[in-house]
Design a binder for this molecule. Structure first.
Ligand SMILES: Nc1nc2c(c(=O)[nH]1)N[C@H]1C(S)=C(S)[C@@H](COP(=O)(O)OP(=O)(O)OC[C@H]3O[C@@H](n4cnc5c(=O)[nH]c(N)nc54)[C@H](O)[C@@H]3O)O[C@H]1N2
Ligand SMILES: Nc1nc2c(c(=O)[nH]1)N[C@H]1C(S)=C(S)[C@@H](COP(=O)(O)OP(=O)(O)OC[C@H]3O[C@@H](n4cnc5c(=O)[nH]c(N)nc54)[C@H](O)[C@@H]3O)O[C@H]1N2
Ligand code: SF4
Ligand SMILES: [Mo]
Length: 677
């Protein structure tokens, strides 16, 4: 038996694992004992990984749609067909008529090659990933005021915090091993506060829980900031030396008074004061946040308000402080770092003439696209007027995007759809060509975890059937479309060597240096061993200050009496995103076989709904039928549904409202009716 070190491919914690391999097959997955984060621990998803890897449902051959059925074809024919169709669409309708969905599941090297393919071979910036559905407001927001958009601190040092406030995140379920690190702060008397609409499993384990009204976090934060200033607990030195824009920020708080704040957020003034004092008086205070903050119509404003709070109290650049977005997918941070975004090139290089010329030189190509491309949400809206071809890699938009009835209709209007996945997903079932990809144990490359830790995964097992590594597929296609020289790579490491030249944060990383534990970026000349905590001295190049952002709040769409309930979607421990992987694992499926809608006792009584009874939920966009669960986790007027199940596609209900800047869908605020059947 062979042992190979790797990284769990589910959530952004990036737990180190040990694959036990026999005859080219992974037979068991164990935690790495000496890994800096998980130290011998894994959650139930990590412990059952071999079940999805070895699932008989893995894709084994390329497939082509013929007579409304998907039929097996050779790699040669599949690649020829895609090259022919992409060339036809590009030459007929223009370079921007093709869109690319890159994958937060693929390696950095693969994602780097995907964006390079879009930009070099097709000539478009229409490249995006599931990051759009997740932390897009974090990328735009934190970049705007701090100059970097990633977790400022590390899991390890959160254990040193004296106070952690968790906003709209349920890490007990969504980052279980990362949450264990946070809980460690209690050992030295640290306190944790949870701010959520639903009384979460995280709230069960933390010291203080504030059950806030949906989409009102900004107002609550304004209350915290006002209290901190009233109590003279702001960090005057930090504000003076390291920030700009404080006056405008103070002015913006004038619009909020405590009566208004309490009424809108549904939190009493005393509670606001309690949290404010806890946060501001502690020596080291950290903010952690997730989808309850980002997946909102004002997602970016939410993120900016949280950063303001940390600036106000000088909670940056030290252990146990900072603003910490928990990046959800294993490689969503990496997919963004390497340039799978429509408005920047690798390393967050902006779309300037100078940058484009630089990339043109490195990639040996003329005419790279300079105009901003479309986001995933915009690509869907642009079918079929502007977008006619789509290449979806390692994503399942037919379950994960909002307003699914409309998405499905638009997908049917595409002239050509390619899906590259490890399973025949709901999206793959609509494709013209399906390509089988090797999964994480069948390839080499790097993932970047939520705390910016770049880690190596190593090929350990034989690929499923004829499946190829994602980068090999992109290479074949680029060669066929006459860009052989630009894609002349023979290993993931060769791709990495090119990639690090254009990503300053990765410039001093080598595969050798990564070893078993990885390195946290920035890893460059100045920080050859990486960096655990950002912003200890400056916010960017020497002398750069952070910018306070004035707080403003526009409530979600006016409460409509026709749709009296607010539906929020959330995650369960056993299942992951659209369930393609976890629902192949018996143990996980048996434990959480179906979606249940949580409804308060009060609402259930007034609607005469019994526990376990099926109900119908309707929104302006669609309807679903689902079993009910009477629960004290939600307040009157709120219902909560998990988003993993294909049988109950909750995104049939969610609408197309987007945050105007970051274009994230407002998944967490959906007005609905519930009916007894
Ligand atoms: N088990 C499991 N783990 C996962 C995933 C998974 O599918 N399953 N997915 C991974 C991915 S991709 C991601 S992005 C992360 C997401 O991780 P989380 O951010 O923890 O995910 P959610 O459960 O979707 O949402 C978090 C919380 O937001 C709350 N919320 C809703 N509206 C509001 C609001 O207006 N204000 C506040 N304060 N809270 C609100 C919800 O009640 C919920 O508890 O998890 C990652 N980890
Ligand atoms: N209502 C509602 N909707 C949501 C959310 C919510 O909270 N509420 N959350 C949103 C968020 S945060 C996210 S991140 C999205 C997630 O949405 P998606 O990214 O669409 O969901 P996943 O199920 O993670 O899809 C990953 C796909 O990659 C495939 N895969 C795994 N490994 C590989 C590989 O090595 N190569 C290739 N080619 N494929 C691979 C898997 O089989 C799977 O089909 O959902 C969003 N949708
Ligand atoms: S916490 Fe996340 S990375 Fe760790 S084992 Fe669980 S799913 Fe995998
Ligand atoms: Mo996500």
């Amino acid at each position: 038996m062979k042992k190979v070190f790797s990284v769990c491919p589910y959530c952004g914690v990036g737990c180190g694992i040990e694959l036990q391999v026999q005859n080219g097959k992974v037979i068991k997955v164990l935690p790495q004992k000496d890994h800096p984060i998980n130290k011998g621990r894994l959650c139930i998803k990590g412990l059952t990984l071999e079940k999805f890897i070895n699932s008989p449902e893995r894709l084994k051959h390329p497939l082509i749609r013929k007579d409304e059925q998907l039929k097996k074809i050779s790699w040669d024919k599949a690649i020829n067909k895609i090259a022919k169709e992409f060339t036809r669409i590009r030459d007929t309708y223009g370079k921007n008529s093709i869109g690319f969905f890159a994958s937060t599941k693929c390696t950095n090297e693969e994602n780097y090659l995907i964006q390079k393919f879009a930009r070099v071979v097709i000539g478009t910036n229409n490249i995006d990933s599931a990051s759009r559905l997740c932390h897009a407001p974090t990328i735009s927001g934190l970049y705007e005021i701090l100059g970097r958009s990633a977790m400022t601190n590390s899991y390890e040092d959160l254990a040193q915090a004296d106070c952690i406030i968790i906003f709209g995140d349920n890490p007990a379920i969504t980052q279980p091993i990362g949450f264990e690190k946070m809980l460690e702060c209690k050992k030295h008397g640290g306190k944790i506060v949870t701010i959520d609409v639903r009384k979460t499993e995280t709230a069960d384990k933390t010291d203080n829980f504030i059950q806030i009204n949906p989409n009102t976090d900004i107002v609550f934060v304004a209350g915290l900031a006002k209290t901190i200033i009233e109590e003279k607990l702001e960090d005057k030195n930090f504000i003076k030396n390291r920030t700009r824009g404080y006056k405008e920020f103070l002015k913006s708080l004038e619009k909020f008074d405590f009566e208004k704040i309490s009424r809108i957020a549904g939190v009493k003034k005393e509670k606001i004061k309690e949290v404010a004092l806890l946060y501001a008086k502690a020596e080291k205070s950290a903010i952690v946040f997730g989808m309850g903050i980002t997946q909102c119509q004002n997602g970016m404003e939410n993120v900016l308000a949280l950063a303001d709070l940390a600036l106000l109290t000088g909670n940056f650049g030290r252990e146990g402080t900072g603003v910490n977005p928990l990046r959800g997918c294993n490689n969503v941070q990496g997919a963004c770092d390497v340039g799978c975004l429509p408005n920047v090139y690798p390393g967050y290089s902006s779309l300037t003439e100078e940058n484009i010329k630089k990339f043109g030189r490195i990639w040996e190509v003329k005419d790279l696209p300079i105009a901003k491309g479309l986001t995933e949400t915009e690509i869907i809206e642009a079918i079929p007027e502007r977008i006619l071809g789509l290449y979806v890699i390692g994503q399942n938009p037919l379950l994960s995007l909002p307003n699914l009835n409309r998405v499905e209709k638009n997908f049917e209007n595409l002239e050509f759809l390619v899906v590259q996945d490890i399973f025949l997903t709901e999206t793959a079932k609509l494709a013209n060509i399906v390509l089988p990809a090797a999964c994480f144990t069948e390839k080499t490359g790097t993932f970047t975890s939520s705390e910016r830790r770049v880690q190596l995964i190593r090929r350990a097992a034989n690929a499923s059937g004829e499946a190829l590594e994602d980068w090999q597929i992109i290479k074949l296609l680029a060669e066929k479309m006459e860009f052989k020289d630009q894609f002349d790579f023979n290993s993931a490491e060769e791709i990495f060597k090119e990639m690090k030249k254009v990503i300053p944060q990765y410039s001093a990383i080598t595969y050798k240096k990564l070893g078993k534990q990885g390195i946290q970026w920035p890893c460059d000349k100045k920080h050859p061993q990486g960096k655990k905590i950002l912003f200890d001295k400056d916010f960017g190049p020497p002398g750069t200050k952070a910018i306070f952002y004035p707080i403003s709040w526009v409530g979600p769409e006016t409460l409509n009496h026709v749709y009296p309930f607010t539906l929020i979607s959330h995650r369960v421990l056993e299942h992951y995103n659209t369930g393609t992987m976890t629902r192949k694992v018996d143990l996980l499926n048996r434990s959480k076989p179906e979606a249940l809608v949580e409804i308060s006792k009060e609402d259930a009584e007034s609607l005469k709904i019994k526990n376990g009874e099926k109900v119908k939920i309707l929104s302006p966009f669609g309807e679903v039928v689902i079993k009910s669960k009477i629960s004290n986790r939600v307040k009157k007027g709120i219902i909560a549904v998990p988003n993993h199940y294909t049988e109950t596609r909750v995104n049939k209900l969610t609408g197309s409202t987007l945050d105007p800047v970051s274009k994230i869908p407002a998944f967490k605020y959906c007005r609905v009716i519930i009916e007894k059947i």
